[in-house]
Design a protein around this ligand. Structure first.
Ligand SMILES: [Zn+2]
Length: 162
């Protein structure tokens, strides 16, 4: 007599198309031009990055295009020790929340070109872009961020964005 089947294990694969929408499309097209475009809220003046078209705090359209700096501050970070299936970065590597100057929402990206032990909250970093001829409408137009050799940002300058 055989045992009852109580579970099975199967790899799962989902394929789907992402429709960017107006706000995200503008952001992605900006990356293809080597620009980082957020959107500002007319009521609270927060700049959202990537833009979503509305301010979740005020509940109003936030469609004013705001170009933010390719430089920013590491607010939080993690050291990754598990190889990625989509990144060709050797482990360990660092992923960080980076508050770009002029934005109110950090973006998540790689920190490279420095020992992982040197990555810290407040570290000032700058975007490293792919060569101009390789820019596309994708986050991959920014290869990674690296230290910009500026003094660390004061905690109070980013504490509201953690
Ligand atoms: Zn707002």
């Amino acid at each position: 007599m055989s045992e009852p089947v109580t579970s099975i294990r199967r790899p799962v694969r989902l394929e789907y198309d992402f429709t960017a929408g107006r706000a995200m499309s503008r952001f992605l097209l900006g990356l293809a031009e080597g620009r980082i475009l957020g959107q500002g809220c007319p009521e609270c003046a927060r700049v959202y990055l990537p833009p979503r078209g509305t301010c979740p705090t005020c509940g109003v359209p936030a469609e004013e295009e705001v170009e933010v700096s390719p430089r920013g501050t590491v607010t939080t970070f993690c050291v990754v020790n598990i190889p990625s299936q989509v990144l060709v970065v050797p482990v360990p590597y660092v992923c960080a929340n980076i508050l770009l100057d002029g934005a109110d929402v950090p973006i998540f990206h790689l920190i490279q070109e420095c020992p992982i032990e040197e990555v810290r909250m407040g570290l000032r970093v700058e975007a490293v872009w792919v060569p101009a001829g390789e820019l596309k409408a994708t986050f991959e137009s920014i290869r990674h961020f690296r230290p910009s050799d500026e003094p660390d940002a004061a905690y109070d300058s980013y504490r509201e964005h953690l």
